[in-house]
Ligand binder design. Structure first.
Ligand code: FNR
Length: 344
């Protein structure tokens, strides 16, 4: 248990240490076209939408991070309070530690009580976990939905990581049997467009593309390794902007979450203009929580909601569905990325 709890603590510590190191989510290569004469008032703008079949008051949520060790349980309790106060959905980090070690369950079991009955709570496990484990994770959290993460690059960078990667049949089985919504996600490396037809065939409806540009588990696991003499897989992965372009042909098939390096209302608006239905935020919220505690994070989230309305005013959008059609321009690099994808 100690080894696994220690890993949880290290992930939080190193994610914060690496906050904002040379990361780009690609969204600086996307430009929203301003209206100049938007003919709109801020109080006409509605940022509510639906996520996993439920109404939510803003198109973003607190994405999976942590839980299962003493220190990380404390962070999760704070996040539960933030979710309750702000109305944002909240995903916990992987619960696999609590399936192996019963003593790690208690923290997860407290989350529903702290988040309140109305908060949309998401369980989290690796995509190789059996349907029975998925049920145990959901029950432990009294969760509304389940996230299953895929993280091949992270596992390969971890000396103690998995070395065999068969997950698709399991995802298909969980999707078929589960009564709660299932969301399949990456952890900041980006879901490739090559995986989308496979996930579609498996019946998956909710995807978090979780691209490169924020928290980076390749650099985190390199830092955790004893031999730090070289950086394995440096730069590998698809940015948040690239994952969204890669998913364009699949807008009718999936409800899309964008995540990876989201730090501002402008980032959120750009993701939605590129076709995302909502946005997940981890590293940025962790950073604010560690620096400014619960009050600071609540304030930042309420500011983000207000700032999103301001960005929507600039581009003349009254609703999230209008924002998803907002005129935008791509850099030559992103255009080339999109054109080259057509080969595959
Ligand atoms: C994560 N993330 C994550 N994802 C997941 O599915 N299960 C997990 O256990 C974790 N653990 C975790 C720990 C910490 C400390 C962080 C910061 C993140 C990944 C997270 O949900 C998200 O996909 C990526 O972090 C990219 O988003 P940001 O952090 O760039 O906003």
């Amino acid at each position: 248990m100690d080894k696994h709890a220690h890993r949880k603590d290290e992930h939080v510590f190193i994610a914060e240490k690496q906050y904002q190191i040379n990361a780009t989510n690609g969204l600086e290569q996307v430009r929203l076209l301003p209206q100049t004469l938007p003919e709109i008032a801020l109080n006409e703008i509605d940022i509510s939408t639906t996520f996993l079949g439920q109404k939510i008051e803003a198109p973003f949520f607190i994405n999976a991070m942590t839980g299962g060790s003493k220190e990380t349980d404390k962070l999760n309790f704070k996040l539960a309070t933030v979710a309750k106060e702000t109305g944002l959905p909240l995903a916990v980090g992987s619960q696999s530690i609590a399936l192996r070690f019963p003593e790690a369950k208690a923290g997860f079991k407290k989350m529903r009580q702290l988040a309140g009955p109305k908060t949309l709570l998401l369980s989290n496990l690796g995509a190789e976990h059996s349907f029975e484990n998925c049920l145990r994770a959901l029950e432990m959290l009294e969760a509304d939905a389940l996230e299953l993460h895929v993280n091949v690059a992270q596992e390969l960078t971890m000396p103690e990581g998995d070395r065999s990667f068969y997950a698709l049949d399991n995802i298909k089985e969980v999707q078929a049997k589960l009564s709660q919504p299932l969301l399949v996600k990456e952890v900041g490396g980006g879901i490739s467009p090559l995986a989308l037809p496979k996930l579609k065939a498996a019946g998956v409806k909710y995807l978090d593309l979780s691209g490169k540009g924020g928290t980076n588990f390749i650099t985190i696991e390199n830092e955790r390794r004893k031999e730090k003499d070289h950086m394995f897989l440096a730069g590998f992965g698809l940015t948040t902007a690239e994952t969204l372009l890669g998913a364009k042909p699949y807008h009718a098939d999936f409800s899309l979450t964008a995540s990876g390096g989201i730090r501002s209302a402008l980032d959120i608006a750009k993701c939605l203009a590129l076709g995302a239905d909502n946005v997940g935020i981890s590293g940025e919220f962790l950073h604010i929580l560690l620096k400014e505690d619960v009050g600071g994070l609540i304030k930042r989230i309420e500011n983000l909601k207000a700032e999103l309305k301001s960005v929507m005013a600039l581009v003349g959008c009254r609703s999230i569905s209008q924002l998803q059609q907002a005129p935008h321009l791509l850099s030559p690099e992103l255009l080339s990325f999109e054109a080259q994808l057509k080969k595959y």
